[in-house]
Structure formats: structure tokens, C-alpha cells
Design a protein around this ligand. Structure first.
Ligand code: ARG
Length: 465
């Protein structure tokens, strides 16, 4: 088959080259953006007098027919067309005749692919933002119901201080909030139109680049033609942000795996989001959070992959850049499905408050509160308070209970410097609510944080509309 670029070639391409060189099997994903870009380009060509009104209409009509064919699955993608840009252009000429050959005036595939891929990435930026906000909404809804549900807060995966479950969930949502902000700043930084840059140096036709930017919904044209056709920062920004999102998902997933184990029993995943074992009939496995955790691997890989492709490339366009797409498609798909399934998994899990409380009673979590009580209410120096608290802990250990389970009389009998009212400070709920500083775990402060994040979600959801 004759190539669109075949004029100076005496021999046909080898089929091996054709297969190696082609991107059509994956860049057909960009068909919609390619058609949008071509329509805007044709409109601009008519505007600057390169196409007549008739020619413009014929071209747009042809492009719209192609779009319908692709949508109806009636378009045959052939390896010989090399990429989506040439596949659409040659189909156009087939459909509308000679005038189709005028579409590529004042354009190169270099600015064409740059604008297509950028529009694609920006479109998905909005989709991922929307999914993130929905996930945040789901988690905040659960958090609201659990601002009094006590569990052990941990450091080093060791019991540290009592917190409430809502507070823990709010910490997850804070990660996603930053991801939403990252997506928004990625969008603003990359929302510039490279079309009209030509192969690398601009064109001699007087392309109206302001018009192109406006037509395609960008905030403005890009500044420098050479940069426009060679940079892939917009794709790397997306890959980095997707990696951050996956890292956050993966940390949540790890906690879901831990919490659903027999050792923790803080939550149970719904049967609809768990799997069985092929050999052990009793088992219910957390495959979903495990896969969520695992998917971060390929998403990070795609980021490193494209960074490595771009490293050391001389200006301007190089074919290496064709390797930019599959990783982005793959990461988008992975994050998309991960957010959707994470949301459902959380929505349907059951929370075992009794087990959380039982575990909060292991490890004498209110020991610090006892020491603080001795300092603040009993006029004991901190070092002595530390020692007396140690004695209370030892007493409880001998009895095989948590210090919060000791009676007031028992505690008072341990050291005469301990004054009455002590029982109250050992209560886990009191201890949790005592941490009432801005950002702290008290139920009141947790609610404050939930309200602030809910307002963020609402505001950013309406920005998307
Ligand atoms: N399929 C190519 C890519 O994705 C399109 C640009 C080709 N440009 C070129 N000068 N060969 O990068």
C-alpha cells in the first residue's frame, strides 16, 4: 500500500518495519481528539483563506462520518496506515475525494499528536478528579458515623494513643485532597494548545493559533513551537500524579488487609468484594485490597518508563516519543478502576467497633494521661509521675487487665500521691477527647475536619460542572 509520505521512496516498507513502526494499534485510543483537532484545524484554514467554505464543509462532513464509523465499530484500523492521524486522513480522502488531501496543509503529525495526546490527558485529568472527589465523599460519609468509635492509634504499628475511627479516615481523605489539588495544578499548567507549531518551527501559512486554542478549549497557545512538539511534561505530570494516587490507595489497601485479618478484626470486607481459596474452603481473602496495593507497581513503572524515554532526547520531535502513550493509557486505566473499586469496597465493608475498642484496651493507651493527671492535678513532678504511672501499669499487668479497667479505689491504693478523680482520666474516651488541639483526634475536632473536607469536596465538585 502506498504511504502518505511515500513520494521519495522507491521500495515498499518491509512488513517487519511496518509492524515495528506503527502505533495505530494503541493510538487509535486518540481517535476522538484527532477528529476534534482536525475539525478545528480545518476551520482555522478556512478562516485564513487556505480552504474555501465549500472545501471546509466537505472536510468537516467527512470527519464527522469517520467519527460515526469509529463509534459504530465500522472503521477498519490497518497497520499500513501507521498511526491514527494517517488512518483518519487517508479515510477522509477516500470519502470526500481530492479535497481531503488539503487538510494536512500547515500542519505536521508532530503538532497533531502533541495536541491530540494533550487533550486526551486533560480530559482524563477531569475524570480522575471526579472519581477522587467521589471517593473522598464516600470516606467522609463513613467518618461522620465514627467520630466516637475508639481504636488504637499506632506508630511503628504498635499501639500508641486512643483515636477515633473517623479521625483515621480523615487522614486518608487528606491525601486525596492533595491529589485533587495536584490534578488541578497539572491542568492549569498544561492547558495550552500546541497545534499550529508545525513540524518544529511554525508554518509559513499564518495559522491563527489563538483561534485554534479557543476552538479546542485551551486557555492559550503554547509559546515555542520547538518545545511544543517535543515536550511530554503534560504526560509525565499525569503519570506522577497517578503514581501519588496509587501510593495513597496502596497505603489504604494495606490497612484494609491488616484490619480484615483475624489478628485485627477491625473490619470485614463484603462477600461481594472478597474472594475464596481454591483449596481452603474456610477462607475469605482480601484480593481486592491486595490488587489495589499491587497495581501501584505498574503505575510507578509507567512513570519511570516515560522519564527514561525522554531522557537525553535532542530537540525537537523524535520517534522515541511514540512510546509515550501506552504507559499513560495503562496508568489511567489502573487508577480509574482502582478508585472505583476502592470506593465500593469501603462502602460495603462492616466496621467492628467492639473489636476496635477491645484492641484499644491493650497496651495501656491512657498511661500518658495518668502521668499528665499527676503533674497537672496532684502537683507531682513529671519524673515522679512517670514512675508512679509505671507502678500502676505493673499492677494492671499482674492482674492481666488494662489500666483503664482498674477501679478508682485500686488505683488510689497504689500510691498516696494519686488523688481522687483519677479513674476519669484513664477512660479511653476522655483520653481521646483530651486531644482537642486544632487537627487533634477529639470527636469535636474530627467533626471540624470532616466539615472542612466536605466543603472542599462540594466546592471542587461544582468547579467540575
Ligand atoms: N505516531 C507518531 C507518534 O505517536 C505520530 C508523530 C509522527 N511524526 C513523525 N515525524 N514521524 O509520535
Amino acid at each position: 500500500m502506498a504511504k502518505l509520505w511515500g513520494g521519495r521512496f522507491a521500495l515498499d516498507s518491509s512488513s517487519l518495519l511496518e509492524e515495528f513502526n506503527a502505533s495505530i494499534m494503541f493510538d487509535k485510543e486518540l481517535w476522538n481528539e484527532d477528529i476534534q483537532g482536525s475539525k478545528a484545524h480545518a476551520k482555522m484554514l478556512a478562516h485564513i483563506g487556505v480552504l474555501t467554505g465549500e472545501e471546509y464543509k466537505a472536510i468537516v462532513d467527512g470527519l464527522e462520518r469517520i467519527a460515526s464509523m469509529i463509534q459504530a465499530d465500522e472503521f477498519v484500523f490497518r497497520m499500513a496506515d501507521e498511526d491514527i492521524h494517517m488512518a483518519i486522513e487517508s479515510k477522509l480522502t477516500e470519502l470526500v475525494g481530492e479535497v481531503g488531501k488539503k487538510l494536512h496543509t500547515a500542519r505536521s503529525r508532530n503538532d497533531q499528536v502533541a495536541v491530540d495526546f494533550r487533550m486526551y490527558v486533560l480530559k482524563h485529568n477531569k475524570l480522575i478528579t471526579k472519581l477522587l472527589l467521589e471517593t473522598m465523599e464516600t470516606i467522609l460519609h463513613i467518618a461522620k458515623a465514627h467520630t466516637k468509635t475508639i481504636l488504637p492509634g499506632m506508630t511503628h504499628l504498635q499501639h500508641a494513643q486512643p483515636i477515633n475511627f473517623g479521625f483515621h479516615l480523615v487522614a486518608w481523605v487528606c491525601n486525596f485532597k492533595r491529589d485533587v489539588q495536584r490534578l488541578e495544578s497539572d491542568f492549569a499548567r498544561n492547558n495550552f494548545c500546541p497545534l499550529g507549531s508545525g513540524a518544529l518551527a511554525g508554518t509559513p501559512y499564518g495559522n491563527d493559533r489563538e483561534m485554534l486554542a479557543l476552538e479546542l478549549g485551551f486557555s492559550a497557545p503554547t509559546l515555542n513551537a520547538m518545545d511544543s512538539v517535543s515536550e511530554r511534561d503534560f504526560a509525565l505530570d499525569m503519570l506522577y500524579t497517578l503514581s501519588m494516587i496509587m501510593m495513597h490507595i496502596s497505603r489504604i489497601a494495606e490497612e484494609l488487609v491488616l484490619w480484615s485479618s483475624s489478628e485485627f478484626r477491625f473490619i470485614s470486607l463484603s462477600d461481594a468484594y472478597s474472594t475464596g481459596s481454591s483449596i481452603m474452603p474456610q477462607k475469605k481473602n482480601p484480593d481486592v485490597p491486595e490488587l489495589l496495593r499491587g497495581k501501584s507497581g505498574r503505575v510507578y513503572g509507567n512513570l519511570i518508563g516515560l522519564l527514561s524515554v525522554m531522557k537525553g532526547l535532542p530537540l525537537a520531535y523524535n520517534k522515541d516519543t511514540q512510546e509515550d502513550k501506552e504507559g499513560v493509557f495503562d496508568s489511567l486505566k489502573s487508577v480509574h478502576i482502582s478508585l472505583k473499586i476502592l470506593k465500593e469496597c469501603l462502602k460495603t465493608m462492616s466496621v467492628h467497633q467492639d473489636n476496635m475498642l477491645r484492641m484499644a484496651k491493650i497496651g495501656h493507651l491512657s498511661a500518658t494521661d495518668l502521668a499528665d493527671f499527676l503533674v497537672q492535678k496532684c502537683n507531682v513532678a513529671f519524673r515522679d509521675a512517670h514512675h508512679i504511672t509505671g507502678m500502676v501499669v505493673a499492677y494492671a499487668e499482674r492482674k492481666g487487665v488494662d489500666i483503664s479497667d482498674l477501679s478508682e479505689e485500686e488505683i488510689l491504693s497504689i500510691d498516696k500521691r494519686i488523688l481522687s478523680g483519677v479513674k476519669e482520666v484513664l477512660c479511653l474516651e476522655k483520653s481521646m477527647n483530651a486531644r482537642d488541639t486544632l487537627g487533634g483526634t477529639s470527636s469535636r475536632r474530627t467533626m471540624e475536619q470532616i466539615d472542612e473536607l466536605s466543603a472542599f469536596v462540594n466546592e471542587h465538585q461544582s468547579l467540575l460542572k
